[in-house]
Design a protein around this ligand. Structure first.
Ligand code: C2E
Ligand code: MG
Ligand code: MG
Length: 651
């Protein structure tokens, strides 16, 4: 109950506090203070109005009443003495006059507004009567002989008058006392209200002081949090890029330092396959492994964006060179990391630069680390490389190339070349592999250079569509001419993983009206092995469209043989790296033999790439390879030359 009241109070206060901050409390204190001052002022005035007449009027009256009582009694005594103890007339007159004067003065001292009060009038009447009795007593005492009886009777009457006088005075005393009591009670009530108000105000100030203290504390905490958030990465709590930049700026003249940009290899693939949450989990787990090692080397680890980290190392400690650090980082990732039920084995790509020789500001250092990192990534990752001057030139070249590549399709700079594929036994051409070429500034750029660039930039999607469509149109043309050929089309990673890839293939097959039985899609071994379960489903859907499927560069991508059995494929393409050094009985021959046997056992056609010599051909024939492709037979040719080649009789 108290809890909910506090909460309600807080809810009510929150918007006010957040809008006006601590000023709200100050305004509250001042407002309450003002209100209290007004209330206290008016209550004080009221108390004053009651107390003042008491002090000026009622209390003196009480004193007057007691003095009156004394004087009245004294008057009776004087009269008694005059009669009983032989007080002479002169003495009596003097004493009586003094007494009467004092009495009259005392009677006048009461407040004028009381003069009309019935009790005052009664007292005045009694006093007048007393004066009369005194005169009569004097006459009775002056008579000769003294009229003793009369005097005694007068004294009795006077005693009655005095008693009545005293009684009236007692009543007056009670009246005034009651007035004082009532007024005091009212004043006490007002004063107690004032005390309560002051107490309430003090309490309010204490509560407000507590609230202000809480508010200031909360604000300080929020400010601390903000300051922390401005310097740290939210996910890993590592220092962020801004701090890295500030730290570089603060290095000053104490070189040398090494800065290393660290990227988790194939991170996008993990994130794509397992989702963003798993990606975040992975980053946290990797941070936990990297940070202690960087600290051991006396360095600082920062988190940049995505899967990028940076390390700053003081190179003056010669016992801890960055190369050793790279090895330690590599080693720490040797044991797998369990994320979302998957054990992941990670490697790192690292690009290093030296402060200040490779740059003395953060921007230059980051650019140069990045250039070095890119080199590592292009060469398959899992290594550390240091920046050298040529890297930036190469990076700039790549940027320029990428910019030009964007216009390659609309400027008609792309061309398909075709490399014949032949049956090994009859050397009969059964198909062609489509290989893309780019006419750029009068030169023919190799796909090895621009396909990875197109992959990175996403240009592979429109480019892949152009290749697929052009290749299918050509296949259709050969079909229409009555000389159908198998047309093998290379499919890149990103193209294959694109969510609309299946529908694109379906749509191209429909619009070109090609017979899909003559279309073969080449997918590299490493691509099919990623997320194999999903791949199997997609491969099956592609097969359902009627096309054939082959696994390109087979032998380089660590295929899981159990998966291979489940892939709905038609052909294995032995990678040319096994064919180039093929000599009967050597290790490559053993590998090629194994691949051919495996393919045949799985009911697949096996084709060897990169067949350049007769010797290659002989070994492959001996190992019962089904088909060959290579310079021995023909280089990739533009359409016109291929047409000419096809029309020539076979050797
Ligand atoms: P790939 O699919 O394995 O293609 C075979 C590569 O080997 C081609 O290189 C071809 O010219 C080359 N080659 C053929 N016979 C021989 C030989 O006897 N000796 C030697 N040394 N090489 C031979 P190319 O045309 O430079 O293509 C390289 C790679 O670029 C291809 O490897 C493929 O992965 C990719 N690529 C080519 N065209 C396309 C395309 O249209 N789309 C996609 N996504 N990738 C393509
Ligand atoms: Mg290929
Ligand atoms: Mg290949």
């Amino acid at each position: 109950m108290r809890h909910s009241l506090t909460r309600r109070c807080c809810q009510w206060l929150k918007p006010l506090v957040s809008q006006f901050g601590v000023y709200f409390f100050f305004a509250l204190v001042i407002g309450l203070g003002l209100l209290l001052s007004i209330v206290v002022f008016y209550s004080g005035k009221q108390v004053n109005a009651v107390i003042q007449p008491l002090v000026n009027e009622s209390v003196p009256i009480l004193r007057t009443i007691s003095e009156l009582k004394t004087k009245v009694t004294e008057r009776q005594v004087i009269m008694n003495q005059y009669f009983a103890y032989g007080l002479n007339q002169a003495q009596f007159k003097k004493k009586y006059a003094d007494n009467q004067l004092a009495l009259t003065q005392l009677l006048q001292q009461s407040h004028p507004k009381r003069h009309q009060h019935p009790r005052h009038l009664a007292i005045m009447a009694l006093d007048d009567n007393a004066k009369l009795l005194a005169t009569r007593l004097e006459q009775a005492m002056q008579a000769t002989p003294v009229d003793t009886d009369e005097a005694r009777a007068i004294l009795v009457e006077s005693a009655i008058d005095t008693n009545a006088f005293l009684s009236e005075l007692d009543h007056s005393f009670v009246d005034v006392s009651q007035e004082i009591e009532t007024a005091s009670r009212h004043s006490l009530r007002d004063v107690s209200v004032m005390i309560k108000l002051v107490l309430a105000y003090s309490l309010a100030i204490v509560v407000i002081a507590i609230l202000v203290a809480y508010y200031i504390h909360a604000r300080q905490r929020a400010e601390k949090k903000l300051a922390h958030a401005a310097r740290h990465d939210r996910l890993t709590d590592l220092l962020n890029r801004r701090v890295f930049e500030a730290d570089i700026a603060a290095l000053g003249d104490t070189p040398p330092y090494a800065v290393i940009l660290i990227a988790i290899d194939r991170f996008q693939r993990v994130q794509g396959g397992l989702g963003y949450e798993a990606g975040d989990e992975l980053l946290v787990a990797v941070t936990a492994r990297l940070q202690p090692i960087i600290q051991q080397f006396g360095g600082v680890l920062y988190r940049f964006e995505s899967s990028y980290f940076a390390a700053l190392l003081d190179l003056r400690g010669e016992d801890r060179p960055p190369e050793l650090l790279a090895k330690a980082l590599h080693d720490t990732l040797q044991s797998g990391i369990l994320i979302a039920g998957h054990e992941l084995f990670l490697t790192l790509s690292m690009g290093g630069a030296i402060y200040p020789q490779d740059g003395n500001d953060a921007v230059t250092l980051i650019r140069n680390m990045d250039a070095a990192l890119e080199q590592v990534q292009q060469q398959g990752g899992n290594a550390l490389r240091y920046y050298d001057q040529e890297m930036n030139a190469r990076a700039l070249e790549r940027l320029a190339l990428e910019a030009d590549l964007r216009y390659a399709i609309e400027r008609n700079q792309l061309q398909l070349y075709f490399q014949p594929q032949a049956k090994i036994d009859a050397l009969q051409i059964v198909g062609v592999e489509c290989l893309i070429r780019w006419h750029h500034h009068g030169q023919l750029v190799s796909p090895i250079e621009f396909i990875p660039l197109a992959e990175e930039s996403g240009l592979i999607i429109p480019m892949g569509e152009w290749i697929l469509r052009t290749a299918c149109q050509q296949a259709k043309a050969w079909q229409d001419a009555g000389t159908p050929l198998i047309v093998a089309i290379n499919i890149s990673v990103r193209q294959f993983q694109h969510p609309h890839f299946l529908s694109l293939v379906r749509q191209v097959l429909q619009t070109t009206a090609v017979d899909p039985a003559w279309i073969e899609l080449e997918i590299t071994e490493s691509v099919v092995m990623q997320d194999a379960d999903h791949t199997i489903e997609l491969l099956q859907q592609l097969r359902d469209l009627g096309v054939m499927l082959s696994i390109d560069d087979f032998g380089t991508g660590y295929s899981s043989l159990s998966y291979l059995r489940r892939f709905p494929i038609n052909k294995l393409k032995i990678d040319q790296s096994f064919v180039g050094n093929l000599v009967p009985g050597n290790q490559d021959a053993a590998i090629v033999d194994a691949i051919i046997r495996l393919g045949h056992n799985l009911g697949l056609t096996v084709i060897a790439e990169g067949v350049e010599t007769e010797a290659h051909l002989a070994v492959l024939a001996q190992l019962h390879c089904d088909e060959i492709q290579g310079y021995y037979f023909s280089r990739p040719l533009p359409l016109a030359e291929l047409t000419r080649f096809l029309s020539q009789p076979m050797a």
